[in-house]
Design a protein around this ligand. Structure first.
Ligand SMILES: Cc1ncc(COP(=O)(O)O)c(C=O)c1O
Length: 384
């Protein structure tokens, strides 16, 4: 088996009623974009093959939003397939891909699955999952052909500054000109309320590739539509060639609906940003109220954050009980181990459920924290 089994698969196949594990904003129901022009377009849609690079109108909509030419965009089967294509087209067998840990599990597993050498840069909760440029350049080598950074990061919602990305890109150009820098910005537009949307890294520097999708911020992961951007015409050609040799094209139905989503995105995003801001506020209050048991890093964007079960209250035994009781109560929790963290951490998604349900589910989790935490403080030296 080329890919290890990761329990994140339970998010698709074993859904529990109270879902605190999901990373997307609230699901979009077709009704939201169901108007006369949508229906007419759908009625007349020819179910032929799509084009290899992806529907031109959809690429133009993505290009407009990123302020780049549509010729530099390839439509993909989600950001997941964009990462696959970027990796496959940047590396030969024997080359290395460097990325961060914790991370979206398929991103980490894809590297070895494709036969490349994996280098992981461990980021830590204690350092707010911030990346050190020096630590990155300590582990890079002449064989590293792709560095894949994620901002906002899954599972923490923490971000990379523009200054840091600029420094890394400039240094790569100078010291490792054959190495591309891939920025996975899948959660970029999933901001809160009226917060400023994080600018894209597309078009920022020539050695930067970006990937994203309509999965998270727009609440349409079932469309399986994402994109890859590169300023390099040859790279775009290569990516398109691999795409036609693997999946031929995207589904024209998905592309049509994604175009309608993007045409209506001001409204779609606004609804979700207001919703997720309320979810974040509830979560913040909940974390503060339960400060004895847990700690967190406040996320900058994305409907997700990392929660830590405190060492003074949870040893391995209490941690196992916490997960077991949560499951028993029908609460789905994204275990930190899925992302390359330990079980002491879990990802909490606060943008998926209705606000009222999020509130009652968090209260149930409070009861579980109280029930499973050690009654006496745990001595730290023995129970890390
Ligand atoms: C960082 C990151 N990249 C990519 C993906 C894949 O998203 P999709 O293929 O639905 O666009 C995910 C999904 O969770 C993710 O968290």
């Amino acid at each position: 088996m080329k890919f290890p089994i990761n329990e994140i698969i339970s998010l698709l196949d074993d859904r529990l009623a109270l879902n605190l594990a999901e990373s997307t904003n609230k699901d979009l129901i077709l009704e939201e974009i169901w108007d006369e022009s949508f229906k007419q377009g759908l009625k007349k849609l020819k179910l032929e093959y799509g084009t290899s690079q992806g529907d031109e109108k959809l690429r133009a909509l993505v290009g407009k939003k990123l302020k780049v030419a549509k010729e530099h965009i390839v439509i993909t089967n989600g950001a997941a397939f964009a990462n696959f294509l970027a990796m496959l087209c940047s590396c030969e067998i024997g080359d290395e891909v460097l990325t961060v840990q914790p991370n979206f599990p398929p991103t980490m597993d894809l590297i070895e699955g494709l036969g490349f050498k994996r280098k992981l840069l461990k980021l830590s909760f204690e350092e707010k999952y911030q990346l050190s440029e020096d630590a990155l350049f300590k582990i890079i080598s002449k064989k590293t052909k792709l560095i894949l950074l994620v901002t906002p990061l899954n599972p923490s919602g923490t971000t990379l500054s523009r200054e840091k990305v600029e420094k890394i890109s400039t240094r790569l150009n100078k010291e490792y000109p054959e190495c591309r820098l891939l920025i996975d910005e899948t959660y970029r537009e999933a901001t809160y309320g009226n917060n400023k949307v994080i600018p894209t890294f597309a078009g920022f520097k020539n050695n930067i590739i970006t990937v994203s999708s309509v999965s998270k911020s727009h609440g349409t992961p079932g469309l399986r539509v994402g994109w890859l951007y590169s300023s390099d015409d040859n790279f775009i050609k290569e990516v398109t060639t691999v795409k036609i040799n693997t999946v031929i094209s995207n589904s024209v139905l998905d592309e049509y609906v994604a175009s309608q989503v993007l045409k209506n995105e001001t409204k779609i995003l606004q609804i979700r940003r207001i919703h997720v801001a309320k979810g974040l506020e509830l979560t913040k209050e909940w974390v503060e109220r339960n400060g004895n048991f847990i700690n967190w890093i406040e996320p900058a964007a994305g409907a997700l954050c990392c929660i830590k079960l405190r060492e003074t209250k949870f040893s391995q035994k209490e941690i196992e009980e916490f997960y077991a009781l949560s499951k028993q109560a029908g609460i789905q929790i994204a275990n930190g181990e899925w992302f390359g963290e330990t079980k002491r951490f879990f990802r909490l998604g606060f943008g998926y459920m209705k606000i009222e349900k999020l509130g009652t589910t968090l209260e149930k989790l409070t009861e579980i924290l109280k029930k499973t935490a050690a009654s006496q403080p745990i001595k730290l030296s023995h129970n890390k």
